[in-house]
Structure formats: structure tokens, C-alpha cells
Design a protein around this ligand. Sequence first.
Ligand code: OGA
Ligand code: NI
Length: 363
Amino acid sequence: MAPVPCLATPTFTHLDDVQELRKAQPTMVPDRYVRDMGERPTLATGPTSMQIPVIDMWKLAHGTQEQSQREISKLAAACEEWGFFQVVNHGIETQMLESIEKVAMEFFMLPLEEKDKYPMAPGTIQGYGHAFIFSEDQKLDWCNMLALGVEPPFIRNPKLWPTKPAKFSETLERYSMKIRNLCQELLRYIAKSLGLKQGTFNKMFGAAVQAARMNYYPPCSRPDLVLGLSPHSDGSALTVLQQDNGSVGLQILKDGTWVPVHPIPNALVVNIGDTIEVLTNGKYQSVEHRAVTNKDKSRLSVVTFYAPSYEIELGPLPEFIDENRPCMYGRYNHGEYSQHYTTNKLQGKKSLDFAKIPTKVSS
Ligand code: OGA
Ligand code: NI
């Protein structure tokens, strides 16, 4: 009997690994990476003076009452108007930031055979490979990715934690603990900025789920044709992104324009994820973002997703529902949302449709 082609399990070849492709054919951009016209990154990205807000964690936590209050107001405006901000003076040592970048980079520089020991199985999102690809005709991102579940321990797949470089696991472990504390601290201030009790989110989230994703974007001879990472919002409550200082690639969609996020040395980029959008009934929204590539420079990002425990039921908090802001989202279980998010391709803010209450069409 002739084998039946299985469309649900896309196949990848050696040349679907962008680093290998670059090595073999530096100027080649296969069709599978070439975006349709409407998706290609336009080079005009708005006035360069547009910058996401910068929040000083030290002022929030240790400043005078006046400084702290001012910073809370800045945080509120950042969350409401941008959904993205950079944090400085966050208390995570530079050495820690450097060491996670070092082990991540060392991992990506290993031969493909070594990295392929940690394959991302089709339909899963942990390991080395292509996440969110569900069909042969879906475009691929110009990116190599290693994704790992970190906390709570049951989401870990220890077989996928690289043994090379030797310090990888230990470094990711220590880094993740620091970022976890930072997320909890940020959630306290975000709650405060919304007029909620500081512990509201941390208490509600239970044993929070934390995952790490390392993205390596090799240079591309035609950055105008490809995307490093497709536009999406994050399915988390909060995301913390560390990017190398060497190149710009992250862009966020602000009032219809793609605004680049310029690296600030030792700062971390934080964004509001879908969970906070639902809980605040859209007061603080998750913002669509993407990554573009550079012609001559590679780029590395280390991303942490922080989300509620899977069994938690979510829905807009009553504080954010009134006659001016009717309830826009239903109640659902975060595990179901997470399942929905990871089994659909990245497509702007489409995954939030899962949580939205359908609006009635008036006849
Ligand atoms: C992500 C993400 C952007 C980047 O991993 O969710 O948005 O610059 N990454 O790597
Ligand atoms: Ni993202």
C-alpha cells in the first residue's frame, strides 16, 4: 500500500536550520522563508525618537515615597499605553546576564548533530527546532530556537536540557530563579499600579509556570524578505526578554507602526501577556510584537515566560468591569488556554479569540 502523506506533521530538512543554511549558501533565502508581500518587514518603522518607557526598579522598591509613587505612575502608563517597557536597576547582576548569554551562544554554536540530540518533537514546544509550525506551506521564521519548561518541576523534560556546554543547566537554573523573583516583584507593582492589593496576582497564580526560550537569529542576506519571529502576543502573564547589545531586532506594534526596541545595556525588556489582558478586562493589553533580522549581524535573545499554574481559572476581575467597560472575556482554565496557544500558529493576537466573548452583531 502506498504511504499516505501526513500533512499534520511537517517535515524539515537540513536546510531548514537557518544556521546550516547560512553556512552552506550564505546568500540563499529559500521560498519557505520568503514572506508574502503584506508580511514583509517594512523598513520605515516610525520616528526613531519613539522609545518604549524605562522603569527604574530601584526607585520603585527603595526610592523615597515620592520617587516610588512617580515610578508607579510611569509603570501604569507604560502598561496601559505600551504593554512594553524596559527595566533598569532590577538587581540581577551583570555577571548573571552575561553568563546566560554565554551558555546560550555556546549552545547555538555547537554542530547541528549535537543540538539535534534535543529535538523539538512535532506538536510540542520544548527542545531545539521549529515551534508553532503545523503545515508544509506555513512560512518559517529566520531563527533557531531552544525552548525549555523550567517550573514547576513537572513541566521539565530533563532529556531536553543540553549537557553541552557543561554549565548550561546550572546557569539556566540560577538565572531562572532570579527572573522568577523579578516577575513576582513586577507583578506586585503592576497590581499596585492598578489599585489592587500587591499580592493579588502572585496569590492567584499558584505554583506559577515558567518557561525559557532562547532565540538565535543569524544574519540574513535579505532581511527585507524574511521575519526572525512571526508577529504574536505572548500567552504568558508577563514576559522578560534579555537581548544582546549588538543589534536591534525586536519590534512592537504601536498605533499601527512597528517600533524597534533599542537595547539598553543590562536592561531587561518586559511585556504584558494575554493573561494580564484578560484579568484586567483589556485595561493593560498584550501587544503584538515580532523580530526582524539584520544583514550582517546575528542576534540572541533569552526569553522567560511567566504564567499562572495550569489549573487556575481566569477571567476579568470584577474591579475592571463596569458600564463603560463591559466584560470582554469569558472564564476559562489557563491550562486550556496554554494548550490552545501552543497548538496554533503565531498570528498576531488571534490566540486571544479563545478567551473573547463573541460580540453580538446588531441586525
Ligand atoms: C518571544 C519573542 C522576540 C525576540 O520569544 O516570544 O517575542 O526579540 N521574542 O527574540
Ligand atoms: Ni514574544
